[in-house]
Design a protein around this ligand. Structure first.
Ligand code: ADP
Length: 423
């Protein structure tokens, strides 16, 4: 279908050749798609879209309403005085052309508007429109609003123009839906960040308040033991010791819980790190434990380009090494072997021990906070593996264990690594 300059009166627009129309139409749709994808401010892309449509077919006015609860709210308009825009800021469903389109969820094209006397067109008549076309903005079955265009200089739009407006309305609806999702996501993210901050503050406050009485228990039981310990019967001395030990355990538990909450709520600042350096520091800090248990540690060359928070990666190694020593077999000395392999985008570490091993039915539950397979004869809060798991997961990796009871266990964990990282 050709567009004739004469029919558009004074409005300037380019291209009147039949074969140029599909190309211009395609370009308009492609440019609109680009605008909608790169612009997240509806008023801006609606203004640009109006300019494009105006140069394509000549328009004087555009209105876009968005659904706001049980009514419509004017989100964008051009081609009418500001004062008038304020008077049509809100429309009820079924009111005027846009309200009717929203109610029926079907487009309406009006021609020779100045000559008709329908109540629904009285508003656009008063605005001087001659031809008017309104489309519902529907994405995934949900009505988001309406988009309409009007002209005061022609009595009607052509079928080609109406179908073009229909096509751009579909594009706008999808873009609006994307923006709504993004805004919702951003709001949820803000909520989550605030909830995390509150949780961290609460944990900090609670741990401080809990530690205070625990410290008092520990100090007074020590004081009592010093003052009257020798005068007490063996059984009573033991009771006093229980109190002191319980206070110590509670202290460890509070520290562990606080560490877990910090991992859960804190940021992960992953940078390329050399796992050899991280593990070297861990060996250094575990030296006393390893010497005391006469543990033998064999370490492979580890990957250099591991994408991790170095102190958190160190914490994972430290927890696994400490467990390898703690859960050793009564006979013999702990032997620990640390290896790693790299593939395209991740490094998988293994920490192997010759300890007591873990029965198959417990190989998943040991990662649950407070889940222990051992009694209090071996100290522990039951949080070391839970902390290790959360660190690994928050880095985008996973942790698991293979084990043979009575022979030993191998803990594996994967962490993303730089693409070109060296072994
Ligand atoms: P904790 O050591 O403080 O008890 P963890 O979360 O580190 O807490 O470990 C949970 C439980 O898993 C331990 O209590 C122990 O029973 C078992 N476990 C962990 N590591 C090993 C290991 N290397 N060998 C045998 N059992 C282990």
């Amino acid at each position: 279908m050709s567009l004739s300059a004469g029919r558009l009166g004074a409005t300037a627009y380019a291209g009147t050749q039949d074969d140029a129309v599909p190309a211009r139409r395609l370009k308009l749709l492609a440019d609109t798609a680009h605008d909608l994808l790169t612009n997240s401010e509806p008023r801006e892309f609606l203004a640009r879209l109006f300019q494009r449509l105006d140069s394509y077919c000549g328009l004087e006015a555009c209105f876009s309403y968005r659904v706001e609860g049980d009514h419509l709210r004017l989100a964008y308009c051009t081609g009418i005085p500001d004062g008038v825009a304020q008077t049509i800021d809100r429309l009820e469903f079924g009111e005027a052309v846009c309200g009717t389109v929203a109610q029926r969820q079907l487009p309406i094209a009006k021609e020779h508007v100045q000559d008709d006397d329908e109540p629904s067109t009285s508003l656009i008549r008063s605005l001087g429109m001659q031809a008017y076309c309104c489309h519902p903005l529907i994405a995934n079955g949900a009505l988001l609003g309406t988009l309409s265009y009007g002209t005061r200089t022609r009595p009607r739009f052509t079928a080609d123009e109406i179908s073009l407006m229909n096509a751009v309305s579909g594009q706008v609806a999808l873009a609006m839906e994307r923006i709504l999702y993004m805004r919702r996501l951003a709001a949820q993210n803000d909520d989550l960040t605030r909830a995390n901050e509150r949780l961290e503050q609460f944990a900090h406050g609670a741990s401080h308040d809990l530690k205070e009485p625990v410290r008092t228990m520990r100090n007074y039981s020590q004081l009592l033991s010093r003052r009257i310990g020798r005068k007490l019967q063996e059984e009573d001395q033991q009771l006093l010791e229980f109190v002191a030990n319980a206070a110590l355990r509670l202290d460890d538990l509070i520290d562990g819980l606080l560490a877990l909450i910090r991992i859960e709520t804190g940021p992960v600042s992953a940078t390329p790190v050399d796992a050899n350096e991280v593990f070297g520091d861990v060996l250094h800090s575990c030296r006393a434990l390893l010497d005391e248990s006469q543990a033998e540690v064999e370490v492979d060359v580890l990957p250099r380009g591991v994408l991790a928070d170095p102190s958190q990666l160190g914490q994972v190694f430290q927890n696994l090494i400490a467990n390898a020593v703690k859960y050793r077999r009564p006979e013999g000395y702990p032997r620990i072997r640390v290896c790693a392999r790299r593939d395209e985008s991740c490094a998988t570490f293994s920490v192997e021990d010759n300890g007591q091993g873990i029965p198959a039915e417990h190989r998943e539950s040991i990662f649950v906070p407070f889940r222990r397979l051992h009694d209090r004869s071996i100290a522990g809060a039951g949080l070391g593996l839970a902390i290790a798991e959360r660190i690994v997961q928050r880095h985008g990796g996973r942790i698991w264990v293979e084990s043979e009871p009575g022979v030993g266990s191998t803990f594996f964990f994967s962490i993303p690594a730089t693409e070109q990282g060296e072994r």
